[in-house]
Structure formats: C-alpha cells, structure tokens
Design a binder for this molecule. Structure first.
Ligand SMILES: *[C@@H]1O[C@H](CO)[C@@H](O)[C@H](O)[C@H]1NC(C)=O
Length: 384
C-alpha cells in the first residue's frame, strides 16, 4: 500500500469511530472519595507512624550500601563502617514517611524527632531498642504506655484486663490526651459501659462478659429480644400485628401518596416520592422508559417518551455530522480510484459497508437514517 493509500486507510479508521461517538456521548463520572481529604492523625499516632517508618529504614539499609566489593574482607570492613555512619542515617531519613496518606504528618513528626534520633544514633545504639518507647513516650512525650492516659501517663481506672467492662476504651489510652473515663462502644452506656443503651437489649451475660445487641429496626423504645415480635412498641411506618409483631406498612399501596408527576418508592418504615422523568406525565419508575403516559410535547417511541421537537433537532445535528463523514469518505475514494483501481475498489467496498453499518447502527438506536435525507443529493456528488 502506498503512503497516500495508508493515510487514507488511517482516515477511514478514524472516521469509523467518529459517528459512533456522536451517537452515544456521556459525561464523565467523578469518584467523590478521591476529592475528600484524609483525616488527620493524633500526635501519638503520627509518632508511631514515624517510628515504624524509621524501623523500615533500618531494615532497608541493614545490608549496607557497598555490596559486591572486590574482596570479602573489604566488603566486610565497608559494611561495618557504614552501619554506624552518618551516611546510613541520611539514607534512612531520605526514605522516611514516603508511604501512606498521612505522610505530611509523619514528616512533621520526623522533623521534631530529629534531634533525639541523632542523639540516639551518636551513642552507637542497639538497633533492637524499643524506639517507640524511647522516642514517642520518653523523649517526644506524645504517647503513654498501654492503658495509661493524659499528661502524666496516669493508669486507666479499673481492671486493665477488662477496661470499661470490655465494651469500651479508656479516653486517651496510650496517648498524652484524654481524661481516662470510658468511651463506650455502640450500644453500651454507663460509667463502666455496663448497661445497654435504649434500642439495645442484653443478649448475653456471664461473670466476665456482657453483650448488648440492637433491637429490630421496627421497634420503638426498646425490646426484650431481637425480633420484630419483641418490641416494646412499633416505630412510625410499622403496624402492630398480633402474630407477626411490627410489620412495615407499604405506603405505596395508597395510590394517592404521591402527586401526579411522581412515583412512590416503599422502603422499610417509610417511603419516598420521586419526580418522574420530564418526558412523563405519570410514571411507575425513574427514566423516560417508565412513563405510564407521556408528558405534553412528548410521544411514545417504543419504550420511550421522546420530545417531538427536540428529537428532530438533535437527530438533524447528528445526521449532518454523519453525512459530512460520508462525503469525506466518498471524496477519499474518488481521489484513490483513478490511481489504483484495485485499491480504489477495495476502499470503495469498505466505504459502502461502513456507511451501511453506521446507518444501521443509528437506525436501531432511534436516529433517523438515510431515508430521511431530503436536502442532500448524493447522486450529484458523483456527477461533479
Ligand atoms: C472526660 O472527657 C469527656 C470527653 O472529652 C467529657 O465528656 C467528660 O465530661 C470528661 N469527664 C471528666 C470527669 O472530666
């Protein structure tokens, strides 16, 4: 194939993709999770992150930088001098706090801890030192030992094996913050987290453990046990049945729950009225294919209600784009045909099948095809 043939061939491929894109354009969907920022850490957690990262750095550099020295004795010597060198500390610090979403806070902590780390490094330390204790608890004073809290690392009150009855934690545990009172897990209440919250019932209890479990969603004001039959009373949106307990009311059974341009969606304990698609007068769901009756100015085409005017406008635009493409293709064929009959007729056949394919695609997708071509005389093109 000659270079002009090749470029025409490429043009053809590009042109095949264009009308398909015109028939089906959708806006991009943005993931909202990407936009929200990471929650900030407490100082003690940031310190722990820094220490963990530093330990990884120690491991990363433990084999030294000068692997593969000329002789074994030489390598051994270099390794020893690197092990305690300023250079290794720099290598560690350069790679620190690189991972994770809290790297900014980690770096900040690393800066603050720098003098303590340098002092520790200078005294030829044992690398198995508990750096967390040394840095975060003793030197930086941002953490406390386990089950201690507050400025002075006061022990949490109560039995350290079973703090807050095993159903909560001591406020500030392990940090220099908090006041040591119990922060109960969901469902528990009381100074020692030894009572069930309203909406929960005692589902288990022995000498060392108690468990509270949530009442059934249909319950109001508490329950004896977990089923809908055990409610003290039923929540709004539920009706009491002497056999079944609290049962969901299907509000949508009442056809007058929502207004004319809405449809009703039942949910457990409630319902929602949602607006019909603008193409519907009445509907039984969302979208232009769920109309019971089309809105004024729209008419039914297959499953859909389509705007009478808008439909013509849009399809006219699309149709024009498509026909421009065909004209381009035909001109390309016209250029090629006199130069090489075999290539020309091959491209001609491709153009023809492409046009048929695109027309068919657009026809089954509801756009008007060649049959509606009024102001465009293809035959004229061939004569000129
Ligand atoms: C302890 O702190 C919590 C939460 O900050 C607070 O609600 C509570 O009143 C405090 N308790 C005491 C005894 O200071």
């Amino acid at each position: 194939m000659g270079s002009s043939g090749k470029s025409i061939f490429n043009t053809l491929i590009a042109l095949v993709i264009l009308p398909l894109a015109c028939c089906n354009v959708q806006p991009p969907i943005v993931n909202p999770g990407i936009l929200s920022q990471a929650k900030s850490l407490g100082e003690c957690q940031a310190c722990k992150l820094f220490v963990d990262s530093f330990k990884k750095g120690l491991e990363r550099t433990v084999r030294g930088k000068y692997e593969g020295g000329d002789a074994a004795w030489e390598e051994e010597k270099l390794k020893l001098s690197y092990k305690r060198s300023e250079m290794r500390l720099i290598d560690i610090q350069e790679g620190i706090c690189k991972e994770g979403k809290h790297s900014v806070q980690c770096h900040h902590m690393a800066e603050k801890a720098e003098e303590f780390i340098e002092a520790w490094w200078a005294q030829d330390p044992d690398e198995s030192t508990d750096l967390y204790n040394y840095i975060c608890i003793d030197k930086m004073q941002v953490c406390c030992p386990k089950h201690h809290f507050g400025k002075d690392c006061t022990p949490c009150p109560g039995d350290h094996e079973r703090l807050c009855s095993g159903n909560g934690k001591c406020r500030g545990d392990g940090t220099r913050k908090g006041n040591g009172t119990c922060l109960c897990d969901p469902g528990y209440t009381g100074g020692d987290c030894d009572h069930c919250m309203t909406g929960y019932y005692l589902s288990y209890k022995d000498d060392t453990k108690m468990l509270c479990s949530p009442c059934h969603v249909s319950c109001m004001g508490g329950c004896r046990a977990g089923s809908q039959k055990d409610c003290v009373a039923c929540k709004a949106g539920f009706a009491f049945d002497s056999d079944e307990g609290c049962l969901d009311i299907n509000e949508c059974d009442d056809v007058n729950k929502c207004t004319k341009n809405q449809f009703c969606m039942n949910s457990i304990g409630s319902f929602t009225c949602m607006a019909c698609d603008k193409s519907c007068d009445t509907c039984h769901g969302d979208g232009p294919d769920m109309c019971r009756k089309c809105a004024k100015g729209y008419s039914k085409k297959g499953e859909f209600c389509i705007a009478d005017r808008e439909d013509e406008d849009q399809s006219e635009k699309l149709t024009t784009t498509r026909y421009m493409t065909y004209v381009g293709l035909l001109i390309a064929t016209g250029i090629l045909l006199p130069r090489s009959t075999s290539l020309g007729s091959l491209v001609g056949a491709m153009v023809l099948s492409y046009i048929l394919g695109a027309e068919y695609y657009c026809m089954i997708n509801g756009h008007t095809g060649l049959v509606d071509l009024k102001n465009f005389d293809l035959a004229q093109l061939f004569h000129t």
